[in-house]
Design a protein around this ligand. Structure first.
Ligand SMILES: [Zn+2]
Length: 194
């Protein structure tokens, strides 16, 4: 016997019934799935690893393809995220900065020489004055990237929190000035009367 064709109304009624039943049991399904996942963690992990190991190349290609076909939209999404969450991002960046400044300020977010506390004019100083060399070696421009690097590397020794004033004073004391400034000073000393 041929299957009876349903009218559009009957089809819609059937779909509505399915949707209703799906919604009714949604929570039950979620709980039972979570229970199953929790009880079978090792098996699920092993199965996923098996799949991954036997499909390495395909997965790599898929991921690459996805990246190239979604490059523009991903960049757009990132930009939108940055605009929508500007305050939160700035707050997070400030928290990272304060964390590092406090560590190198011996437990206080302040200059270790004069106690100045405004984070806008506090920086991390290379005690040996080799900041330029470090920047060249690591390719870091400083700022947030540098703070993150310090945290990631478990706060290496050789740094201290200084205010901008004290950093300039220290540079002058240790003759760590930029070459241009150094030359100018040399010229001025030569020209000055005895
Ligand atoms: Zn200071």
């Amino acid at each position: 016997m041929a299957k009876k064709e349903l009218t559009p109304e009957q089809l819609e009624a059937r779909r509505a019934g399915c949707r209703k039943s799906y919604a009714k049991h949604k929570e039950e399904r979620r709980i039972s799935r979570a229970k199953y996942n929790a009880e079978h963690k090792p098996q699920i992990k092993a199965k996923s690893k098996r799949y991954h190991d036997s499909h390495v190349e395909t997965l790599k290609k898929k991921s690459n393809d996805y990246y190239y076909t979604h490059k523009d939209s991903a960049a757009k999404n990132n930009q939108k995220y940055r605009i929508d969450h500007q305050d939160r991002i700035l707050q997070h960046q400030l928290e990272v900065k304060i964390k590092v400044l406090t560590h190198y300020g011996n437990g206080k977010c302040a200059c270790i020489r004069c106690g100045f506390e405004d984070t806008r004019a506090l920086t991390i100083d290379h005690i040996d004055g080799n900041g330029n060399e470090h920047r060249r070696k690591t390719g870091m421009s400083g700022g947030l990237e540098f703070y993150r690097w310090l945290i990631k590397n478990n706060y290496p020794e050789g740094y201290q929190t200084l205010c901008m004033n004290d950093q300039f004073i220290k540079k002058a004391e240790n003759k760590e000035m930029a070459r241009g400034e150094q030359k100018l000073r040399e010229r001025l000393t030569k020209k000055s009367p005895p």
